[in-house]
Design a protein around this ligand. Structure first.
Ligand SMILES: Cc1ncc(COP(=O)(O)O)c(C=O)c1O
Length: 417
């Protein structure tokens, strides 16, 4: 009997996605016990206080008003030109760096991660990622025969650990002479951390210093998937200006996503935005990503591009969209604030939260704690280094309750040891 047909590189453990698995269990509990008895903090999507997915009216009214052919048509391989302009505007706002900038449409932020990893590393190279990380960085790297090395995200003062970043960065760069380093900020998944402008400066100083060796190729991927829910106004975009006039052997790629900011999760649209002081390098980036689009998914969702462009290019629609987003941003902020405060009150240690959809709780036995919490109908995600609580999916009331429940289970497990 044969038990495998796949080529060797395509055989992976028979595991279903853990997050979606836990989300399904939470849904079963809701069916059995009722919504008010269950805390479902599994999925990284904005939900209202009843747990229903939030779908922005400004976005879906626009989509439904469009002629079918604008939704059904193919898009250009690199993306519609007006979308590629609009997405850069949406990403940078008033903080566009002085550089050559080229964008290519991708299916969500995931596509930009894929393109950066595949197109800017050689087979067998390691990509640099923080120890608190979004798992698909590893999945994508593995898919293409790349490895991942980790730096510690936080130092003992709970600030960005530039020392650890520097050590791993220089070790890999010296060995490989090219490096893709990923920083997921602002509003990191899973911790909710955002680098300060000063921490960004330290990262850039380090890159510039290492760019003196002209043999080095330095690629910084800024995964900005949650930027639309970070900070007050556009303050969390200021750091983009620091990508102005960098040495030619530094390429910055912004992974932008419409999944969260436009509540278009399943519509699969985003962009890879390349920033370089060299026109040639920016163009090379564009053609390299366009080739990858054609080879992988041909082109992206035309209807989603149209919606985004129509909203951006019409001041009234744009205002309505921004006003609606501000309501949800505020809701998210209040939930997170409630969770942070309740954690303090309960004596639950959490990682420094600044913005975004998630808060993380460092601990050793995350899986055991998560299993126990499920018995109390609290569903969260166990990670290697702790637990991830999705404030985006849980009402303020429940955000106030959860930390005490988590702390109590953690203490019980500790006692049993
Ligand atoms: C850290 C991070 N990066 C990128 C993404 C991009 O997701 P999508 O491809 O759905 O836009 C996500 C979404 O969950 C994320 O959490």
């Amino acid at each position: 009997m044969i038990n495998s047909m796949a080529a060797k590189h395509a055989v992976w453990p028979k595991e279903d996605d853990a997050i979606f698995g836990l989300a399904a269990k939470a849904q079963q509990a809701i069916k059995k016990y009722g919504k008010d008895k269950v805390i479902d903090s599994t999925l990284g999507a904005l939900a209202d206080d009843d747990g229903n997915l939030i779908c922005m009216k400004a976005v879906y009214d626009e989509l439904k008003s469009m002629p079918n052919e604008n939704i059904a048509a193919y898009a250009l391989v690199a993306g519609q030109p007006d979308y590629l302009d609009a997405v850069q505007e949406a990403c940078f706002k008033e903080y566009r760096p002085e550089a050559y900038i080229k964008a290519v449409a991708t299916p969500g932020g995931t596509g930009s991660v894929r393109h950066t990893i595949y197109n800017y590393t050689n087979s067998g190279d390691s990509v640099l990622v923080s120890d608190w990380y979004w798992k698909p960085y590893v999945t994508i790297s593995e898919e293409y025969g790349r490895k991942v090395d980790f730096y510690n995200l936080f130092n003992d003062k709970n600030e960005f650990n530039i020392k650890s970043f520097r050590e791993s960065f220089e070790k890999l760069l010296n060995k490989q002479k090219r490096l893709v380093a990923i920083i997921n900020s602002p509003a990191q998944n899973p911790t909710g951390y955002s680098l300060s402008d000063d921490e960004w400066k330290q990262v850039i100083d380090l890159m510039v210093e290492n760019a003196k060796d002209k043999e080095n190729r330095i690629i910084l991927l800024v995964d900005a998937a949650y930027i639309d829910f970070a900070g007050k106004g556009n303050e969390r975009r200021k750091f983009f200006k620091q990508f102005s006039n960098l040495p030619e052997n530094i390429l910055v790629v912004i992974g932008y996503s419409l999944s969260k900011g436009y509540t278009m999760y399943g519509m699969r649209l985003g962009a890879a935005i390349g920033i370089s002081s060299s026109k040639d390098i920016a163009e090379e980036f564009y053609y390299s990503c366009a080739h990858s689009n054609r080879a992988n998914w041909s082109n992206c969702n035309r209807g989603a591009m149209e919606v985004m462009t129509r909203i951006s290019n019409d001041p009234k629609k744009s205002e309505a969209y921004e006003a609606e987003k501000a309501i949800y941003k505020n809701m998210l902020h209040k939930r997170a604030e409630a969770f942070v405060k309740a954690s303090e009150d309960a004596g639950l240690e959490i990682l420094p939260y600044r913005d975004g959809f998630f808060v993380s709780i460092p601990c050793d036995n995350a899986k055991a704690i998560s299993d126990k919490l499920m018995e109390d109908n609290l569903f969260l995600i166990p990670l290697k280094k702790g637990l991830r609580f999705a404030v985006c999916a849980v009402s303020e009331e429940k955000c106030k309750k959860a930390p005490k429940m988590i702390k109590s289970i953690m203490d019980n497990i500790q006692k049993e040891k």
